[in-house]
Design a protein around this ligand. Structure first.
Ligand code: BGC
Length: 727
């Protein structure tokens, strides 16, 4: 806990100007940090650096870890804790104090551009894995930032859209991940760009002061998303502590350009009294993407807040509270005693291996088709527009410059006796917010790949491995669930030429798979990060990955609960209505009786698992009297080791009146590794959450009746069941 004595003593010394310096970011003079606070040198408060997150550290080179969604797919809090720790160590090594991770928004829209930065469509999986990431980061002396609080579930018009969402859905689906992060000790929470039921999140008193502070007891820093503020008074009273970045995009580039610095010194727009600059408005209208925030004006917590305090519109005590939160963060990080914690040396090779382990463990074997694992002596045709490059991530603030990369072709060449490579179709662009100008043009001018040569190569090899991908990015959603370009035709043609075809999907989520019945195997590797090809080879050659789908793979967009209703997505007149309520992801598929292509929790194994003897008991002795203790015997019936994710779902009794509950909800899970023939009793403690529903009048409610607990391999592959009566 923080030393409030020291924080209070400092606060008493600060002038109004100095207080204001602690609640608004500036640009980092070194140009390295994503967000920067200059501190107050006079009182020994040093500068503070914040850096993106969440796939790796966005500053110079760093380990490009797999997408957060891949970590979600590993269903393993222990692995997530290690990932968090590694991210924190690299944050420190690069000289920063706060990492802008993890991303905890629930996957509501399957094509949302940032799904790869989030963990799952399920609140419990999000909460469990997200909390572990937070523990890993905070345990290494770095502040974690749970983002984006809350209901930032699409990129399309994210800067303006109002998420009209009922309290029950907020409580049951969208908030639990943030609650778990707070309970796990997250030092910061970032508000989302969007509005929720009216107010912008950066000024949402009910959710910031009411829920986050008062109900959950959060005493860390509430930071805005970058340029996500709109009004000094509303943000100040709403509970926002820290405005970021507090600098214009030009300021942020200024350290790199003398001419720009000179221009900024002229402060033309201030002198001409144009605020925000007309030119920016024009740019925003005509050129800027509609998902990006308006970076002008950017200093609500600068002069405007000062004026509001001086004029008595905002009480100075309100500002003091913010400063106390910010100084509390400094104190927690050990930055107030003079000096800084040592920057640990990173063993980049060990982190590369961790990136490989996460990529492997997050891989989901959608179909193995009797083809996988490979034996080792087959010749391979590696086909696919980008198979010769690692897919290190999506576009946006999470982009990382990797320390090194292993492409699928390179990874396979380490193992297979012979690997040919043909692109087949034009490269799929990986959108980037930081690409040097001209790189798109270079790609377009590249010679057209030879489709027929790819098909011939596939026909000539023992096995064809087709690597496909999408190109998701922050700031916009994918147009559809179809693979971009001609990749589907390529898969079709290769599958025609060689029935031993494996498709490797490097995508940010579900894609349509019109060829699903024609290929032998499909492997989902998400965005696997810098160790991509090494992890892929591990899996194809027999490492049982253990990944399970953290999101439902529907056959088409229209099958999703948000699918064919504009109100639900992308919204009408800047309002997106969460009319599906709590029926997000598999909860919606179950209710609507729609068969998914691959259900939530699905993932094949190279082993074969049996389930027996599920027992369920009321965990009456604990504080939370209605939690359940379950255990089940799991047997590996194969003659090879395998990894199983044992998943427990709860099916509630009918709720009274007109309330409809999901048919089943994930209640707990455990990952086990079993040798061939090994049997083990696996224990799962199921917390109160999944037994309860949120009632808008009575709050969290447990309906009396019979609760059925199932244990099994996915939300639709349930192997054992047992019921328990709760009264
Ligand atoms: C993103 C945040 C990110 C911030 C700083 C914003 O555009 O939404 O997730 O941390 O930029 O780069």
């Amino acid at each position: 806990m923080t030393d409030t004595g020291r924080v209070d003593a400092l606060l008493a010394e600060l002038t109004l100007d100095e207080k204001l310096r602690l609640v608004r970011g500036r640009s980092d003079p070194s140009g390295h940090a994503t967000g920067y606070l200059p501190g107050v040198d006079r009182l020994g408060v040093p500068p503070l650096g914040l850096v993106d997150g969440p796939l790796g550290v966005r500053d110079r080179e760093a380990t490009a870890f797999p997408a957060t969604l891949a970590l979600g797919a590993a269903w393993d809090p222990g692995l997530a804790r290690r990932a968090g720790r590694a991210l924190a160590v690299e944050t420190r090594t690069r000289g920063h104090d706060v990492v802008l991770a993890p991303g905890l928004n629930v996957v509501r829209v399957p094509t949302c551009g940032r799904n790869f930065e989030y963990l799952s469509e399920d609140p419990r999986l999000t909460a469990t894995v997200g909390a572990a990431v937070v523990e890993g980061i905070e345990g290494a002396g770095v502040a974690a930032t749970a983002k984006h609080f809350v209901a930032n579930n699409q990129e399309r018009r994210r800067d303006k859209i109002d998420a009209v969402v009922g309290e029950r859905a907020l409580r049951e689906i969208y908030l639990p991940g943030f609650r778990a992060a707070v309970d796990a000790g997250a030092s910061a929470v970032m508000t989302a760009y969007n509005r929720v039921n009216g107010p912008y999140m950066s000024e949402h008193r009910e959710l910031i002061e009411g829920v986050l502070r008062d109900e959950w007891g959060f005493d860390g820093v509430v930071v805005s998303d970058w340029w996500g503020t709109h009004d000094a008074g509303a943000a100040a009273e709403g509970g926002l502590d820290l405005e970021m970045p507090g600098a214009s995009p030009l300021d942020r580039l200024a350290p790199h350009s003398r001419a720009l610095r000179a221009m900024l010194r002229l402060r033309l727009s201030d002198r001409l009294g144009v605020d925000p600059p007309l030119s920016w408005h024009l740019f925003d209208r005509l050129v800027a993407d509609d998902g990006q925030p308006d970076p002008y004006p950017y200093d609500f917590f600068g002069d405007r807040l000062q004026r509001a305090v001086v004029d008595g519109i905002v009480q100075e005590s309100t500002l003091d509270r913010k400063v106390r939160h910010v100084l509390g963060l400094y104190e927690r990080l050990g930055l107030l005693g003079g000096g800084r914690p040592d920057s640990p040396a990173v063993d980049w090779e060990t982190h590369h291996e961790l990136a490989r382990e996460i990529a492997r463990r997050g891989t989901v074997l959608l179909e193995t088709g009797g083809l996988l694992p490979l034996e080792g002596n087959e010749s391979l045709a590696a086909v696919g527009p980008n198979a010769d490059e690692a897919k290190v991530g999506g576009g946006g603030s999470s982009e990382v410059t990797p320390t090194r990369t292993v492409s699928p072709v390179a990874g396979l060449r380490e193992r297979a006796p012979r690997v040919t490579f043909e692109r087949g179709v034009r490269r799929v662009a990986s959108p980037s917010m930081y690409d040097p100008p001209g790189s798109g043009l270079r790609r377009r001018l590249a010679p057209k790949p030879d489709f027929d040569a790819a098909v011939d190569a596939a026909a000539a090899a023992d096995v064809a491995v087709v690597v496909v991908q999408d190109g998701a990015t922050e700031g916009e959603d994918r147009d559809s669930m179809a693979l971009p370009g001609d990749q589907d035709s390529l898969v079709d043609a290769v599958a025609d030429a060689n029935r031993r075809t494996v498709v490797v999907c490097r995508t940010s989520g579900p894609v349509e798979m019109p060829w699903i019945d024609d290929v032998a195997a499909v492997v989902q590797t998400w965005y696997p990060g810098q160790a991509d090809g090494a992890a892929l080879a591990d899996v194809l050659y027999g490492a049982d990955p253990g990944g399970r789908l953290p999101v439902t793979f529907g056959r088409r967009f229209a099958d999703y609960p948000v699918g064919d209703d504009e109100r639900r997505y992308p919204g009408v007149h800047e309002h997106v209505h969460y009319d599906e309520g709590v029926f997000v992801g598999y909860r919606g598929f179950d209710r609507d009786g729609v068969a998914p292509l691959f259900p939530f929790g699905h993932g094949r194994s190279y082993a074969e698992f049996g389930y027996e003897n599920l027992t369920v008991e009321r965990g009456g002795e604990r504080d939370d009297g209605t939690a359940l203790d379950a255990s089940v015997i799991v047997e590996n019936r194969a003659d090879r080791p395998g990894r199983e994710v044992v998943q427990a779902y709860v099916e509630p009794p009918p709720a009274p009146g007109t309330v409809i509950r999901p048919e089943r909800e994930l209640a707990g899970f455990a990952t086990v590794e079993l040798d061939g023939g090994e049997r083990r009793r696996v224990s799962l403690s199921l917390p109160r959450g999944p037994l309860t529903r949120y009632d808008e009048r009575d709050g969290w409610t447990v309906d009396p009746g019979e609760y059925v607990v199932t244990a099994g391999r996915s939300s639709r592959d349930r192997r054992a069941r047992e019921s328990v009566t709760v009264d």
